[in-house]
Design a protein around this ligand. Sequence first.
Ligand SMILES: [Zn+2]
Length: 305
Amino acid sequence: MIVRVLGSAAGGGFPQWNCGCANCLDFRKGVFDGPARTQASVAVSADGRDWFLLNASPDVRAQIEFSSVLHPRAPRDTPIAGIILTNGDIDACLGLFVLRESQPLHVYATNQVANGLFERNVLVRTLQRTATQLTFHALTDGVPVPLCGPDGNCGLTVEAKSMPGKVPIHLQDCVTPTDGDNVGLIVRDTHKNKSLAYLPSVAHWTPTLESIADTVDCIFMDGTFFQETELPAQGLGMHNASVMSHWPVGGESGSLRWLANRSCPRKIFTHVNNTNPILRENSPERAQLVACGIAVAYDGLEIRL
Ligand SMILES: [Zn+2]
């Protein structure tokens, strides 16, 4: 399985257009030790021919241009055989509307995520101009689904696993939160018996999370915030990490300490907010990750499993 990181930042990207935090300011001054990042997404493929996007970020157009494997091979064509959504947040699915040029799209999501996307959303009509433009594939918790390209089975399956999280901000007070609003994805290469976990939004520890991290070959883990009070402490709003349903990386009860003790051989934080000090390659917080053998995803990172 080939895993290509298209984007590695949380919603807003890095730097974020309206942000004057220390990280964003230093990046614009040219004194930041680390690259810019687009909003989180990865592409996976078993054969390098048919590709599946895990989330479609608002930056998907630029991410495709930046990745030659995703370029069209004919006058109207795409190697993107499907798009799999972890939740209905704008930063996870706005890219669907960017990919609207009459191209047939296969979208995999839970019914909860699909309902939030398709109901009362007039914009989705631009993806349904013909009966075959958008095909929806329902994901159910714990049930692997084969991923298929134009020529059939691609040698990959995807399994959704409910993760503690929240409904998208634009649906709060409109829907009742349930399991299936936010999932992690387990992608398996059925020929090579290799597996990838993609978990960009995780609110806290669960037994399911622990069993995933002890069994897969590579894990991408929610690295949104380093500290519980990261935004308020920098004067950037009132919400703590837990209110935004992201498990902080740092501290005694943080995800770093937990992840360091898991048996997964390749561990990577992704969906990193622009305020997070782990974006700075020379920061003490980044050194904590390095000491535990844990990486930070960057745009263009490619992994072969
Ligand atoms: Zn910022």
